[in-house]
Design a protein around this ligand. Structure first.
Ligand code: OAD
Length: 242
């Protein structure tokens, strides 16, 4: 389907939809200047995300992992939500039953004003004690390495779901309810390579939703969705509301 007619099809579906669920990935924040994980500028000191975002990497070298997160914190602290984040806040206001699932940990969706939101991979501005499990907000840029819990002095880690770890069970329940009940499922700016989010498109489709993808490049999801539109999130998402 040609891009304009695919976009028009999604707009028509949006007008009729009673329930809309959206999944976002790093591509939506790329337009705010946050590097994606698998893009050309996604490497830090030649490490891939998979080599640093794991419990094993943290156990082996917590200083290195915190240095990586400090690099990301410094970068993200200077960035603001873009037109795509803002358009999703507008959509949340317009649609009765709306849910936003994001894999992004940058906090740009809540910063834009999204409320009906699951940050399924956590948030870079939260830390968790590896001993007592206490979670707290922390906006230090840079954070002092190594950071320790103010309650029990245990080592703090980012409150982020790493490779090999499970999603929070309440988040997962909310996601599945949102996938089960939506008429329209929009997948925006994700490479569709990290599970379980990578399977959400097929889950929503099996449950009867119309599934659309907005992404700069083709992805493994492109073949299974009902329509796919290639382009930048900051251009395409606001266009849906016009
Ligand atoms: P990726 O870096 O894997 O993919 C980003 C996708 O966004 C790619 O398909 C790009 O083509 C697309 N893209 C880039 N710029 C875009 C733009 N301006 N508009 C629209 N699309 C654009 O990021 P994710 O799929 O989010 O996990 O990665 C999934 C998870 O892997 C992340 O949440 C992260 C990472 O390891 C954790 O942090 C735990």
């Amino acid at each position: 389907m040609e891009s304009n007619s695919a976009l028009q099809e999604i707009k028509d579906r949006l007008v009729k939809a009673k329930s809309v669920t959206v999944l976002t990935g790093a591509g939506i924040s790329a337009d705010s200047g946050v590097p994606t994980f698998r893009g050309a500028d996604g490497l830090w000191k030649n490490y891939r995300a998979e080599e640093l975002a794991s419990p094993e990497a943290f156990e082996r070298d917590p200083k290195l992992v915190w240095e990586w997160y400090n690099w990301r914190r410094e970068l993200i602290a200077t960035k603001s939500p873009n037109a795509a984040h803002i358009a999703l806040v507008e959509l949340e206001k317009q649609i009765d039953r709306f849910w936003l699932i994001t894999q992004n940990v940058d906090g740009l969706h809540p910063a834009a004003g999204s409320k009906k939101l699951s940050e399924i991979h956590g948030n870079i501005w939260k830390v968790r004690c590896t001993d007592c499990g206490r979670v707290e907000g922390n906006h230090d840029v840079p954070i002092a390495i190594l950071p320790h819990c103010t309650t029990c002095r245990g080592l703090l880690r980012p409150h982020i779901v790493w490779f090999g770890e499970s999603l929070d069970s309440e988040d997962l329940r909310n996601c599945h309810e949102a996938l089960r009940s939506c008429d329209l499922f929009l997948i925006i700016g994700t490479s569709g390579t990290v599970y379980p989010a990578a399977s959400f498109g097929s889950v929503a489709k099996e449950q009867g939703a119309f599934v659309a993808e907005l992404n700069l490049d083709p992805t493994p999801n492109s073949g299974l969705v009902d329509v796919t539109v290639q382009g930048r999130a900051k251009d395409l998402v606001p266009e849906l509301l016009k």
